[in-house]
Every structure is written in structure tokens, then in C-alpha cells.
Write a protein that binds this ligand. Structure first.
Ligand code: ADP
Ligand code: MG
Length: 849
């Protein structure tokens, strides 16, 4: 327990996985937490201060799946290993094995396949005042940013783990320390004299980067994975999307897995999926770079044969970047060596398949993809075709690669043949036909036989069983007895020596291969990046090849003209449901008509239209094709979307305060190159307030900010602003009435919605007929007032604002209604009596008595 307490001290808040033989055991509150999280049985072992010690354990050989579940639940786990064998402990006359915490596994520092999501980067984000750094230990990617907008950065990266400097509060973050002399520490960690070669880092950026690196080192017991040179990322170059915009657009995640990413992802590799997610999370704001991506997609779209070849070579390609990460921290399995071998082979094939492409991204990828032919060849020779799960099992190195290893293996295998021969010899000498030689972990090779035969041999050994072959009894069990003899013991020694030597030699060869790979780490990482990028480009072309997607023209002028655009997620959902097809819609917010005010009843498709146009920008600037017949988009610098928040009232997110904070962010940050998409501003408050605020926001966007704007509203009254705002166009969702029912046509037409369709929608939703009838009456009254010139804005709205309703318009009598609602045949005499009383009471109320 003393050892455990020491380990726990070092582990801090992490659960201690305390190795005891074939198990990792957990004790005290760790055991309680893990038993709860994993559904394990909680037992007890020994006592501490008079109380039994809670304990639970997981088998060593299957611990990764338990680890994965704990890490996913947000736990950190410290691995405390046995650092010596029982023999070594005995040799130094110690009753307990030496144990040490070798590593603390946290969500942001894991490298094991089982702990990672193949399709998502595992960012560890470090935040200090005025700076941020984020790195992916599993691939070595490393970035920094000066003066980041924290909420936006967190929303963009969706980090696996966040570190914050003392004094910076952020929910769920781990507090960490900024080391002294941060630039020096960082340079040392990266093996350079100074950071200057990597670009310009602000003091805050290098502080954040050093904090991240120190943390990784701390949890890995001093070891540091291979890291790419950190890339300082200015705010320039990417389309800015704030946290609320990301939430409203379901870019990477959405309800029921319906996200933009899921709808457009046709990648074939985990690395490709990660790259696509990264591109959608941070679209570009640089025309040349975006065009370069579109050019590449166009090339691959036109050349279907080449695309098919590339995709065939990508399919099933291993994750080189992550294998390299595991190799760099020496926590690798044989398949990681196989991954580098196969990955380089695939990269070479991809490079050849790119022969003859026009200049551009594809052409530039050829060199990095085929940069390592010598290493590829060497690994092809060195790494076995069939790989064992673990290095200790032997067989990682291919036969024929290392002469000495081959010789040792031959010796070992010859000895195996000798075991078979010895089994025959002993069976004969001891007169036991059923004798079998088996290997035991502790006892080595032993001859095993059924209990009866064993008893007989013990009573009287046959004459041939003497000298080297004289049986020596080792163990009796209920059903079997185990023996050895001098000859078998000698063979056992020879065999285990040959095995040990072969293993030791293989370890050396593997270490050599690992060094060879790490020496080319940067080039391998570059090849892996190109492969991922190629996967994304080919996937985008594949998606577009299905028809209905077009190359967006990225213009200098702040145009925005979409012809027959669609919402890829809603479209996919409709297709899956085999319902009506998605109705494409145009949208033009080009100069002269920058602002579009969209009206229409609920469920008509307003939010969908707004979102689809915002998504168009994300897809286009991420370098993908867009779901439209044609699209011309002037480069967008910031995209603001506030759609659907108002629908989330139940989620508790969209209080009026939140809505206004988010609106304020737009009014403060949007500019003439931005696209603003606003849904139902002011819905979270009383009608008067809401209408006033919506009006003011619209005017500001039109007159001062001059952003391209889509503004959906159910405040019909806003359409009157069109007269005063020359760049504002009115649009309405088309709705038809058919046999008293509403039919949504989901198409956008010019002009304002003619009629409030709320009552009809309420009917569709199953609101009881009496309530509908009453609503229809109120509506008729309001319309009548508007018709005679009374402004329904000033006179009718108080009805909804909660003021006492004016006595006009004509209204059916409650007495009459109650009477009509009675069904005499359905009443018991008692109920009939009660009904009479309540009718009388109503009559009295009406007469004011
Ligand atoms: P609103 O915001 O006007 O209340 P939504 O945009 O939420 O309406 O759309 C309601 C539903 O109508 C969507 O869930 C979708 O199923 C359907 N819909 C919306 N737009 C279209 C369209 N263009 N084509 C087909 N169906 C659509
Ligand atoms: Mg809506």
C-alpha cells in the first residue's frame, strides 16, 4: 500500500492502474469511480486504518478497452507498472516488486488506436492570456495563435483536452503551468537553437506552446512524441466563424449525426476524414488557395479513370501519421511498422497515378508522396507480411532480412522439432502412449499424462526410464501428473536460450527499423499529409460526380448569387425518408440587393434556406464543390449565422439575453465582406420589443455594416421597411392552400408573404378545433381592422403583448360556446345538473352580476 500511496501522490487526480501480475488493480476512491464507470464488481482487499480497502481490477491483456471507456468519460489514468521480474526482486532480497508510474494517459495525450477516433484529430489546446497553442500528440501536428478569440477557437477545434494557465477559468479545463524561459524550453524540446526558423511567435504563443509541451512531457514521464515545427497561425487566411455560428450550422456534429461533414464525407481514410473535418472547421479566406483546391477537384472530376485509380489506392491505406506518432513515443505495435511500410507503398502508387496532371496541388503532391523510395524498399524487405499483435510474440521481422536473426530462429525451431522427438522417446521409455510435452509459463517444458498413468509411473518406472530419462515428478493435479527428466530439462534450457536470443536480436532489428523511420519522420509526415489531402480532393470530386454539385466561382466583388441551391443535410434526410424531393432555391445578395428579408409561416422552410446559403460559403471556401446549379460567391471574411437558436428554447440556450449577446457580436464584428444569416431576431421577447429590435438590427446591417444579409422573420410588419431600405429585397416562402389545408411548397419567391398562415399550421399540428376556431375569429377581426386603415401594428399587437383585449371585434358568446359544447346524450344526470349550474354562472358573468 505504501507503493500505491506514492503512485497516487504522483498521479494526482488520475486513477491509478496499479499493475499486479496479470491485472491492473484500482484501490480506494479510484476503485469506486472505476467500478461505477465500467460496471465492474467492487471487492475489498486488506484494511486501511481499520476499514476494508475497496478494490477492483481489469485484466492486463484487455485493459485498453477499459482505458478507452474511462478516457472517453473524461477520466485521466496513471499507469503504474512492475519495473522488475519476481526473480530480480528476489535477487535484491525484496518482498515487493519495484513499481513506478510510467505514464499518465489523458484525453489529449493518448496515442493508442483504441483511445483515438480515427476520423477526428485529438487536439490538446493550451491557453494562456493572449495566446494559444494546440497540438495533436497522435500525429505531431502543432499550431499556435496570438490573441485568439477563445470561444471561437474552442468551437473550431473541439479539443480532446484543454489546459489553462493559472487564473484563466474555463469549464472542464486542466490547470497547467507556463514554464520559465518558455521560448528556450520550446526550442530545446524541438531540438533547435532558436525558434526563429519556424516563424514569428509572440511571447504568449511561445508560452502556450511551451506549456503544452511541458504538460505532454510530464504525463509521459519525460518522453516527448515527434512534433512538427509549430505553425504560427495568424487570424488571416481563414474564414472566421464564431462559436454560435458553428453551433447553428451543425458543421461537424449535429443532432442524430446529421452534420454537414457527414453529408459530404466521401473520404476513404481516417486521415482524409480528419483533414476534411479540419477544412470544414476552418475554411480559407484566400482566393488563390481556394481556387487551387477547386482546380484539383475539377481535374479529378473530369478524369474519372484517374480518380477511380487514386481512390482504389487510398482505400484501406493505413494511418501513417498516427503510426509514426506511436513509433516516436515507443508505444508501438508491429502493425505500426506495417503501417509505415504499406503507407509508403501506397504513397508511391499515388504519386505514379498523378503522372501528367496539370500544374497545381496534385502535381505538387507527387514529390512528397514519392520522396522515400529507399526507405519504402527497405521496410518492404524488413517487415513481415503477417504481423503478430505484440512485439514480444516474435515474427515482426521478415525472414531473410537479418542473417543473425534467421540463424537464431533456425536454432529455436530445430529445438522445437527436438521436443517432438523427445515426446516420442519418453512415451516409449516410460511406457505412456498418451504422454504430451507442454510448455508452462513458470515451469518450462514438462511431460504431462493422465493421473492413472502418472500413479503407475510413480510406483514403478519401466526399465528403460533411467539415467538421462529417469522421470522426476514435478506436479500432481486432479486429472494429470507432470514429470520432467534430465534430458528434457537440458532441451528446455537450450530452447529457451535460443528463443531468448532470437527475441533479443529481433528487438535490436526492430529498434534499428524504428530509428530509420524516425530519421525520416518529417518526410513521412509530409507524405501522410499529402495522402490525406488527396483523399479529400478525390472525395470531393467523387461527391460532385453524382451530379447536382458545381464549382463555385470565387469572386473579388462581394457577390453572392446561388442558382438552385440545396441544403445537403436536409436533402439527404429527405432522400433517406423517401419523401418528397428537396426543392432547390436561388439566392442573390449581390451589390444592389445585399439584404434579403424572408417571410413565411413556420415550417415553410425559412431556416433551411438560411442555413443552406451559409453552408454554401463554408463548402466553397473549404475548397469543395457546392450543392447548386451555379454559384458565384465573393470571398467572405466572416460568416455569422444565428439560425435555429430560437427553436432551442427547451434546451435552455436561447434565452433572450443569449440571443441579444449573439446579435451584438454580429453588429460589432461584421463588415462589408461578411455574410450574416439571421433567423427570427427578437422572437425571444414580447412582440413590441422584438419588432423594435429586429427593425433596428436590419437598419444597421443595411446602412452601416453593409454585409450581405439573409434575415428571416415572422414579423410581417418588417416588410414595410422595404420602402426605406433600397438594398433590401423581400422574399417569401411559397405556401398554397388546398381544401382548407396548408401545402408548403418550400420555394422562395419575390415579395412578402401574403397572409399569416399560423392558424393553418396550428391545425396541422393538431391544435383542438375549438381553439382554432377562436383563433380564426381573432385573425378575421385583425384583418378587418387593417382593411379599414386602423394600423394593426398599433392597435392589434397589445392583444399578444398581454394587455386586456379590446371588446371589439365581434366575438361569439362564451355562454353559447359552452352550450354548443354540451353533448346531452353523453351526460349523467349528475353531470347535467352541474352543467346547468355552470351555464347559469356564465350567464351571470356576462350580465355583470
Ligand atoms: P421554418 O424555419 O420556416 O419553420 P424549416 O426550415 O425549419 O422551416 O423547415 C421545416 C421542414 O420543411 C424541414 O425540416 C424540411 O423537412 C422541410 N423543408 C425545408 N426546406 C425544404 C426544401 N427546400 N425542400 C423540401 N423540404 C424542405
Ligand atoms: Mg425556422
Amino acid at each position: 500500500m505504501a507503493q500505491w500511496f506514492a503512485a497516487k501522490e504522483q498521479a494526482g487526480s488520475a486513477l491509478v492502474f496499479f499493475r499486479m501480475g496479470d491485472f491492473y488493480e484500482l484501490f480506494f476512491e479510484d476503485a469506486e469511480a472505476a467500478a461505477e464507470a465500467l460496471g465492474l464488481a467492487l471487492t475489498h482487499r486488506g484494511e486501511h486504518q481499520g476499514h476494508p480497502i475497496p478494490m477492483c481490477g481489469v485484466p492486463h491483456h484487455s485493459h485498453e478497452s477499459y482505458l478507452a471507456r474511462l478516457i472517453r468519460r473524461g477520466f485521466r489514468v496513471a499507469i503504474c507498472e512492475q519495473m522488475e521480474t519476481p526473480e530480480e526482486a528476489k535477487a535484491r532480497k525484496s518482498a515487493t516488486l519495484r513499481r513506478e508510474v510510467v505514464r499518465i494517459i489523458t484525453p489529449g495525450t493518448a496515442t493508442e488506436e483504441a483511445l483515438l477516433d480515427a476520423a477526428r484529430p485529438a487536439w490538446l489546446l493550451a491557453l494562456v492570456r493572449g495566446g494559444a497553442a494546440w497540438l495533436d500528440v497522435s500525429t505531431g501536428a502543432f499550431h499556435t495563435q496570438d490573441a485568439p478569440e477563445i470561444a471561437a477557437l474552442v468551437a473550431r477545434l473541439a479539443p480532446a483536452e484543454i489546459l489553462t494557465e493559472e487564473g484563466l477559468e474555463l469549464e472542464g479545463a486542466t490547470p497547467a503551468l507556463v514554464p520559465k524561459d518558455a521560448p528556450g524550453r520550446l526550442a530545446e524540446a524541438l531540438g533547435v537553437a532558436s525558434l526563429e526558423g519556424f516563424g514569428q511567435f509572440s511571447p504568449a504563443e511561445s508560452a502556450a506552446a511551451a506549456m503544452a509541451v511541458d504538460y505532454v512531457r510530464g504525463v509521459q514521464n519525460g518522453a516527448l512524441p515527434r512534433l512538427a515545427p509549430p505553425m504560427p497561425e495568424g487570424a488571416r487566411g481563414v474564414l472566421l466563424l464564431d462559436a454560435a455560428t458553428r453551433r447553428s450550422l451543425d458543421i461537424l456534429d449535429g443532432p442524430r449525426d446529421a452534420s454537414l461533414l457527414a453529408a459530404v464525407d466521401r473520404t476513404l481514410t481516417g486521415a482524409g476524414a480528419r483533414e476534411l473535418a479540419a477544412r470544414l472547421a476552418a475554411p480559407l479566406d484566400d482566393r488563390a488557395a481556394i481556387r487551387a483546391r477547386h482546380d484539383a477537384v475539377a481535374t479529378l472530376l473530369e478524369d474519372g479513370t484517374r480518380r477511380a485509380g487514386l481512390r482504389a489506392a487510398l482505400k484501406g491505406a493505413p494511418d501513417m501519421a498516427r503510426a509514426l506518432g506511436r513509433l516516436s513515443v515507443e508505444r508501438f505495435a508491429p502493425r505500426d511498422l506495417g503501417a509505415i511500410r504499406d503507407g509508403l507503398d501506397r504513397a508511391g502508387r499515388l504519386a505514379r497515378l498523378l503522372d501528367g496532371v496539370p500544374p497545381g496541388l496534385l502535381d505538387a503532391a507527387q514529390a512528397p508522396l514519392s520522396a522515400l523510395p529507399a526507405l519504402a524498399q527497405e521496410l518492404a524487405r524488413a517487415v513481415a507480411t503477417e504481423l503478430p499483435a505484440r512485439l514480444e510474440e516474435g515474427g515482426t521481422v521478415a525472414p531473410g532480412y537479418d542473417g543473425e536473426l534467421d540463424a537464431l530462429r533456425r536454432l529455436r525451431d530445430d529445438a522445437r522439432g527436438a521436443i517432438a522427438a523427445m515426446q516420442m522417446q519418453l512415451a516409449q521409455a516410460w511406457g505412456v502412449a498418451s504422454l504430451k510435452i507442454r510448455h508452462h509459463q513458470q515451469l518450462g517444458y514438462l511431460a504431462e499424462m493422465p493421473a492413472a498413468a502418472g500413479e503407475k509411473l510413480l510406483r514403478a518406472a519401466p526399465p528403460g526410464a533411467n539415467g538421462e530419462l529417469a522421470p522426476i515428478h514435478r506436479q500432481s493435479m486432479a486429472s494429470a501428473h507432470r514429470f520432467t527428466c534430465a534430458a528434457l530439462a537440458a532441451l528446455d534450457r537450450r530452447l529457451s536460450e535460443a528463443g531468448d536470443q532470437a527475441r533479443a536480436r529481433e528487438k535490436l532489428v526492430v529498434a534499428h527499423l524504428r530509428r530509420m523511420i524516425l530519421a525520416e519522420g518529417d518526410a513521412i509526415a509530409a507524405a501522410a499529409r499529402e495522402m490525406a489531402a488527396l483523399d479529400v480532393l478525390a472525395a470531393s470530386a467523387e461527391l460532385a460526380s453524382g451530379g447536382g454539385w458545381c464549382r463555385p466561382e470565387i469572386a473579388e466583388r462581394p457577390d453572392f448569387a446561388i442558382e438552385a441551391g440545396r441544403h445537403p443535410v436536409v436533402e439527404a434526410a429527405l432522400r433517406r425518408a423517401r419523401g418528397p424531393a428537396f426543392v432547390p432555391n436561388d439566392c442573390d445578395l449581390s451589390p444592389g440587393q445585399r439584404l434579403c428579408l424572408l417571410t413565411g409561416p413556420n415550417m415553410a422552410g425559412k431556416s433551411t434556406f438560411l442555413r443552406q446559403n451559409a453552408l454554401m460559403v463554408i463548402l466553397a471556401q473549404a475548397g469543395l464543390y457546392v450543392p447548386a446549379r451555379a454559384a458565384r460567391i465573393g470571398l467572405v471574411d466572416r460568416l455569422f449565422s444565428r439560425v435555429g437558436a430560437a427553436d432551442d428554447l427547451a434546451g435552455g440556450r436561447s434565452t433572450f439575453m443569449v440571443e441579444m449577446t449573439e446579435t451584438a457580436a454580429i453588429l460589432n464584428q461584421a463588415g462589408p465582406r461578411s455574410l450574416v444569416v439571421l433567423d427570427e431576431v427578437g422572437r425571444g421577447t414580447a412582440t413590441w420589443d422584438g419588432l423594435a429590435i429586429a427593425t433596428a438590427v436590419l437598419e444597421a446591417l443595411h446602412d452601416r455594416i453593409r454585409a450581405r444579409t439573409l434575415f428571416a422573420t415572422h414579423f410581417h410588419e418588417l416588410t414595410r421597411l422595404a420602402d426605406g431600405l433600397p438594398e433590401m429585397r423581400l422574399a417569401a416562402m411559397q405556401v398554397r392552400e388546398w381544401r382548407g389545408q396548408v401545402v408548403f411548397q418550400h420555394s422562395v419567391a419575390e415579395g412578402a408573404a401574403e397572409k399569416s398562415w399560423g392558424v393553418h399550421v396550428a391545425k396541422l399540428a393538431g391544435v383542438p378545433p375549438t381553439v382554432l376556431k377562436r383563433a380564426a375569429e381573432v385573425l378575421a377581426g385583425l384583418e378587418a381592422r387593417a382593411a379599414v386603415g386602423t394600423d394593426p401594428l398599433t392597435a392589434a399587437m397589445p392583444l399578444f403583448a398581454g394587455a386586456p383585449p379590446p371588446p371589439q371585434p365581434p366575438r361569439a358568446s362564451p355562454l353559447l360556446e359552452a352550450l354548443l359544447a354540451l353533448d346531452p346524450d353523453a351526460l349523467s344526470p349528475r353531470e347535467a345538473h352541474d352543467a346547468l349550474y355552470s351555464l347559469k354562472a356564465l350567464a351571470a358573468a356576462k350580465e355583470g352580476l
